[in-house]
Design a protein around this ligand. Structure first.
Ligand SMILES: Cc1cc2nc3c(=O)[nH]c(=O)nc-3n(C[C@H](O)[C@H](O)[C@H](O)COP(=O)(O)OP(=O)(O)OC[C@H]3O[C@@H](n4cnc5c(N)ncnc54)[C@H](O)[C@@H]3O)c2cc1C
Length: 378
């Protein structure tokens, strides 16, 4: 059992979930030679075994933040790409799960929950990343539905998703949070093109999408026109602690590899673990892991148990856990010496994997602004 499962944030069902997942993890399919195929394989395996139900629930509005975080932490510790696939099935459907109509849930969620379709969340644009209010993709009402024009970039699962939750302006405003709406855009909608696939330092399917008079039906709108910014932020409130949980899993993997290494590696006539400076690093790493877990599961518990937004707690969890994981993994690389930077070593891969988590779903600087704003409002 994971040590922190004894903490009061958890109930028996979470411990049972973690035990069952730990028993299943060895069955995770091996990577295929092709990144897209590996993602599809992971989705099918996670869907067939029912794990995706925690990210794509059957009942409306019943996503458990604690289950989401536990599964992400455990998957990330085992296989970063499997965690990515799990997370995107949730992020690419949560706006529907939380705010969609019964008909939208019935149509779009089952294939994603089963792992047959991949899902995507398209908010960022070339000129609107951290500054979401600068987004300029437009949706105009037209006979029988909506027409979208604009460009989205850095879209995870871009090019392989079955649908894109897409945020576009429907109001007269040219910038700001007002007048943004959320749409479900099928991958085969006329006028939607994948402009380019983007390669990043750790394998991850990403693309830039172009909406060129892209036509969707009336039933593509989620919620009411103009409410899209609120829907996007509420979705991110749920997923930000889970990014912290993924960072925690990656850092735990690096820490476990490193503990083993320093016990075995001989240096100056003894095991490396006997050296005081090595012990100081281990102490810092272990403390950072526990502090991250406390903030991540505090945020998840607060979201599950309190009927309110947990913007402040979610931002703290993401900020602290991703920054701490970067330091833990950097220390791990240092303790592994030359082997730590050798291509293909576990800590070398983790060093590349962790970096983007401090940028996406709101860079660390954005989380600091969110926390400070919440503090000043209190
Ligand atoms: C691997 C990966 C996956 C992604 N997946 C998705 C996805 O699925 N869907 C989606 O919509 N987007 C996705 N993104 C986009 C991501 O959310 C953006 O990259 C992020 O919001 C930052 O936007 P930007 O890249 O435009 O950087 P910019 O907005 O240009 O920011 C650059 C840097 O400026 C700093 N900064 C930001 N605000 C401030 C401030 N107020 N004060 C000082 N400094 C500041 C930060 O360090 C930031 O990293 C993904 C990105 C990556 C790298």
């Amino acid at each position: 059992m994971v040590d922190h499962l004894a903490w009061p944030f958890f109930e028996e069902r979470h411990r049972a979930l973690a035990d069952a997942l730990a028993a299943w993890l060895p069955d995770l399919p091996p990577a295929a030679s092709d990144l897209d195929e590996t993602c599809r394989r992971h989705a099918r395996a996670l869907g067939e075994r029912g794990w995706l139900r925690s990210a794509v629930p059957e009942e409306a509005q019943t996503i458990s933040a604690r289950s989401l975080c536990l599964i992400r932490e455990m998957l990330a510790k085992k296989d970063a790409l499997a965690d990515f696939v799990f997370a995107m099935q949730g992020l690419g459907t949560a706006t529907i799960s939380l705010f969609g109509s019964d008909a939208q849930r019935a149509r779009w969620l089952p294939p994603v929950r089963a792992g047959r379709n991949l899902a995507a969340f398209a908010l960022s644009e070339p000129e609107a990343g951290s500054d979401v209010g600068a987004l300029s993709t437009r949706a105009r009402e037209a006979a029988g539905g909506w027409r979208l024009d604009g460009r989205k970039t850095w879209i995870s699962n871009g090019g392989i998703a079955g649908h894109y939750i897409t945020f576009a302006r429907t109001g007269d405003e040219t910038r700001g949070a007002k007048g943004i709406s959320a749409f479900i855009v099928p991958a085969d909608a006329p006028g939607l093109h994948v402009a380019e696939r983007i390669e990043v330092m750790a394998p991850h399917p990403l693309a830039t999408l172009v909406f060129d008079d892209c036509r969707v039906g009336e039933d593509a709108l989620i919620g009411t026109p103009g409410d899209g910014f609120r829907l996007a932020m509420a979705t991110l409130d749920l997923f930000r602690p889970s990014v912290g949980a993924a960072a925690l899993g990656l850092a735990r993997h690096a820490y476990a590899e490193t503990l083993e290494h320093v016990r075995e590696r001989q240096m100056f006539g003894a095991a490396m673990a006997e050296l005081p400076l090595v012990q100081e690093k281990l102490a810092q790493m272990a403390t950072a892991l526990d502090a991250s877990a406390l903030l991540v599961y505090r945020a998840a518990w607060a979201r599950d148990t309190a009927p309110r937004r947990v913007t402040r707690e979610a931002a703290m969890a993401k900020l602290f856990a991703t920054e701490a994981a970067q330091r833990v993994i950097d220390d791990a690389v240092q303790l592994w010496g030359g082997l730590g930077v050798r291509r293909g070593s576990a800590v070398e891969a983790l060093y590349r994997e962790i970096r983007a988590l401090r940028i996406y779903e709101g860079a660390s600087e954005v989380q600091k602004l969110v926390i400070a704003r919440q503090e000043l409002q209190r």
